[in-house]
Structures are given as C-alpha cells and as structure tokens.
Design a protein around this ligand. Sequence first.
Ligand code: 3NM
Length: 205
Amino acid sequence: MGSRNSETKDPFTILEEALQGGITHFQLREKGSGALTGYALRNFALRCQQVCQNYSVPFIVNDDVELACSIDADGVHVGQDDETAFQVRQLIGEEKLLGVSVHSVEEARLAIQAGADYVGMGPVFGTTSKADAKKPAGVEEIKAVKREYPQLPIVGIGGIIPENADQVWRAGVSGVAVISAIANAKDVVEQVKAFQLSCKVGIGR
Ligand code: 3NM
C-alpha cells in the first residue's frame, strides 16, 4: 500500500487498523500520479515503519532499494523490470527479506537462484491498483511453481478479496497480498479477519 490508495481514509489509520486485524507483513508501494518522493517519501516510510515495529510486523519496501537500505527496512520487493534480484541481494545483504515478482516456473527458478525469500505471483484476478498490470493469470501458474518448488513461499496478488481468496489458498500460496480490498474496506479490522478466515476455508483448516 502507498500514501494514495484510499480516497477517504488516512493511510496510517488504515495501516494501524490492518495491523490490529492481524496482517503479517506490510509492503510500502508508493507509485502512480501524486506519489511521494524525496524527503516526503522517506518521512512517510519512516512513519509506516514505526507503526509496523509497534506490532512486530516486517516492513518491506517495493522497488526502492536505496530507501529500504537507508531506513533499514526489513525487506525489499522487486519486479522483473527493476534491478535484477541478484543485484538487489548483493546490495541488501543476507539479513533482509527479498521478494521477487514472477510469472512462470522459469522466473521462479531464477528468483530462487538470486536468493529470493519469497515470490509474488499475479495478477491472479483483474486489478485497478496497478497501472501496468498484466492480464489476469488465474492460479494455474501458481500451482505449477508450487509443484516445482514446494518449499518456496508464494504470495498471490491482484484483485484478491475474501470471497475469491479460497481458490488462491488452494493453489498453494503462503499468503495473499492485497491493496484495495483492505484500503477501501469499511471496517479494515473485520476485512483482515475475513481474509484470515478465507485461508482456513481455502485450505481446510
Ligand atoms: N502487483 P489490488 S497486481 C501491486 O500482478 C500489484 O504483480 C501486481 O492490488 C502483480 O489488491 C497489484 O487492489 C495490485 O488488486 C494489487
């Protein structure tokens, strides 16, 4: 989530409520028109980081390796078009989490070689939160990566809501990443709990 993913609510309130609801990771993704830059971005990131620390939840930065290192974030997430995962692993060292967006078994293989701790796969469903999103991929490729690399944590992303999350869990993901369904929820705490329940339903726990 970034500073502009909700038109009605302050981002720190959303983050605080999402943490109260029980999110397990937070990724700062500041993109699109009106995105913060420079000191404003750094200050926004530091405030999000502090809120996450209050709940002992890892704080991950999307794309911006320099920002992540300068504020000592817990991890970095990069796509296929960003600095290569291998370069990022060299820059951030072994301690920080490295997440890589992949779309195939081959990209997953390369991400593992580069030292990824997890991979993001999407968009599973249609999304309006990412301007350059590919077309919805469903869950077949997630299943293929899971079959090939059963130990690799996969996070599904893109258009996921509690009502469709069960099929993503069943495909074998370790987590789902969500922007709009949480940022625009009437009751953020309840929405996060609905996602937790979808996991139990989805994998029959
Ligand atoms: N990455 P929402 S889809 C940030 O396919 C992002 O890699 C995607 O937002 C990918 O939950 C996406 O609102 C947007 O659909 C996710």
